[in-house]
Design a binder for this molecule. Structure first.
Ligand code: CA
Length: 231
């Protein structure tokens, strides 16, 4: 599994990292909310361990902003606090589980595994013509092979695939995929549509097209005949 730890206490972060690595997991650590905010959106983690008290922003506020941006990764909150009211606040903000420090490492491990299983269950694969968008592995599979997608490519294709046949404006795509605070050029959407078209073509994606709607945006169209008929 790929796990992100957001924890400012160096000793705790080190213990968690070492323990999880010994179990064969790949671990990244962020020490501030600011560093974690973008990291969690860029890299597809199986589980995030989030400390409540961070130096720059509290963990609950960070979690709320992730959920508003559509991040669905399971999050387990770690905290020194243990009162029921705070646990409820954490869960309402979108936490999937909660553990008070000090905790038993084996119990933490069991809960992380349970969360990853649950998370995996909602990350379904989507069928786009004769292509399969595999959310779990973030790859696009065709009749003869597959190609990995970057996080942005994956988000963009998921967004268009989730609204197939509908025209999505560039500004809508920009805010869903790059976030409302993105300050670069909106042309980035066109560039990524180009990357996706090349990958679809390379995989011989029949019946799937990313159509340009001049002056407005894009739509994903799946030819009904190829839908579901994988060759
Ligand atoms: Ca802390």
């Amino acid at each position: 599994m790929k796990i992100l730890i957001v924890e400012d206490e160096a000793r705790m972060a080190r213990l968690l990292r070492r323990g999880l690595q010994e179990e064969g997991h790949s671990v990244d650590v962020c020490e501030t909310a600011d560093a974690a905010a973008e990291q969690a959106l860029l890299i597809s983690y199986d589980v995030i361990l989030l400390d409540w008290m961070l130096p720059d922003q509290d963990g609950v506020a960070l979690l709320r902003s992730w959920r508003q941006k559509g991040l669905r990764t399971p999050v387990l909150m770690l905290t020194a606090r243990g009162t029921t009211g705070e646990k409820v606040t954490g869960l309402r903000a979108g936490a999937d589980d909660y553990m008070a420090k000090p905790f038993d490492f084996d119990e933490l491990l069991a809960r992380i595994e349970a969360l990853a299983r649950r998370g995996g269950a909602h990350e379904r694969s989507a069928q786009l013509g004769n292509l399969t968008l595999d959310a779990r592995r973030r790859v696009l599979q065709g009749p003869d092979g597959e190609t990995p997608l970057t996080a942005r490519e994956f988000e963009l294709l998921s967004e268009l695939g989730g609204h197939r046949g509908e025209v999505l404006t560039r500004s809508k795509l920009l805010s869903c995929v790059w976030g409302t605070e993105f300050e670069g050029s909106p042309n980035v959407v066109d560039v990524y549509i180009g990357y996706l078209r090349a990958k679809i073509e390379q995989l011989r994606g029949d019946g799937v097209s990313l159509q340009t709607v001049r002056g407005i945006g894009y739509r994903l169209v799946v030819d009904a005949q190829t839908e579901g008929s994988r060759r």
